[in-house]
Write a protein that binds this ligand. Structure first.
Ligand SMILES: [Zn+2]
Ligand SMILES: [Zn+2]
Ligand SMILES: [Zn+2]
Length: 295
């Protein structure tokens, strides 16, 4: 900020001091001043009219407050949004960047509001669709927030309510396949999570091979391998058995469940991952399920 050689009336100095600031110089044009903050001592540019009308806000102190509020909420403050100064960018616990209003941090820190990472959420929705043999194309062309546009394995695209996709209450308008009534698989994957070591993932899918390749965001260094897959008569059975098995594992082996933060940095999912020590236990469970006739 190059200084401009214009006089600074004594009354302005008094006014600035009353507001906890010190005038350094006139800058930019005849409407602006550089003020030093009485708290942090750092300079910032302000309009002369703003000094007269209100309490000038030191941007450095404001940023420090935002940083502290973000930390309280479990996020890392990164920077102001250059497009809109009312917003800032933060690093979420999952590792993704999210854009929020700083006020939101105070609400999250106080537990009045949750943080939903858009990147993680989109990945979760895509994985959800893939588990039943569909691909998430995008938002609903008719604009209903409860619906999405999906494409079936047969190539047909249709709108489906997300709730119905989750429960299998729909069928393909072209080939007629109802995912929840069609054959599916329970599977166990083994992979290497950087910073943790070998882990296993238990899930269900219409096509475990494709799920592994496309939907989990698994890169080569994760060394992903399909350990075992168990055919299930229907998608509904697969979903039911998977949920039951996760409940059992969480209850009996809580120490083997990987924390969300450890997973989301590397994979497009937030749960269903266990330490590799649990692999023999899960294999035994899956073999038992495979031997049990479908009810
Ligand atoms: Zn300051
Ligand atoms: Zn995320
Ligand atoms: Zn179809």
């Amino acid at each position: 900020m190059p200084a401009i050689d214009l006089p600074i009336p004594e009354a302005w100095h008094d006014l600035a001091h009353q507001k906890g600031m010190t005038i350094i110089a006139r800058v930019q044009d005849r409407y602006h001043l550089a003020l030093a903050c009485g708290t942090c001592g750092r300079p910032s540019k302000h309009k002369i009219s703003a000094l007269r009308a209100c309490q000038p806000q030191c941007p450095h102190c404001l940023e420090a407050q935002w940083r502290a509020a973000a930390e309280q909420a479990g996020l890392e403050y990164l920077r102001r949004d250059p497009e809109d100064m009312m917003y800032a960018w933060y690093r979420a616990p999952c590792g993704h960047e999210v854009r929020r209003q700083p006020d939101r941090m105070r609400q999250i820190g106080a537990g009045r509001n949750g943080l939903r990472c858009e990147t993680c959420h989109a990945a979760r929705e895509a994985a959800e669709a893939e588990s039943c043999g569909w691909v998430l194309i995008g938002s609903d062309p008719e604009g209903d927030a409860n619906y999405r546009l999906y494409q079936h394995g047969c190539g047909h695209q249709q709108r489906i309510a997300r709730g119905n996709l989750q429960t299998g209450r729909f069928s393909c308008g072209c080939c007629g396949e109802c995912w929840s009534a069609a054959p599916s698989w329970l599977y166990l994957l083994r992979l290497h999570l950087p910073g943790h070591g070998p882990v296993v993932k238990l899930g269900y899918s219409r096509n475990p091979q494709s799920r592994m390749r496309h939907q989990l965001g698994m890169t080569a260094e994760l060394g992903c391998a399909l350990v075992v897959s168990i055919p299930m008569a229907t998608g509904h059975d697969a979903l039911k058995m998977e949920k039951r098995l996760h409940r059992k594992l969480r209850r009996r082996y809580p120490e083997a469940v990987l924390p969300r933060e450890a997973i989301a940095r590397h994979l497009n999912l937030v749960s269903e991952i266990y330490d590799a020590a649990l692999e023999p236990v899960i294999r035994t469970e899956l073999e038992r399920i495979a031997r049990t006739p479908a009810s």
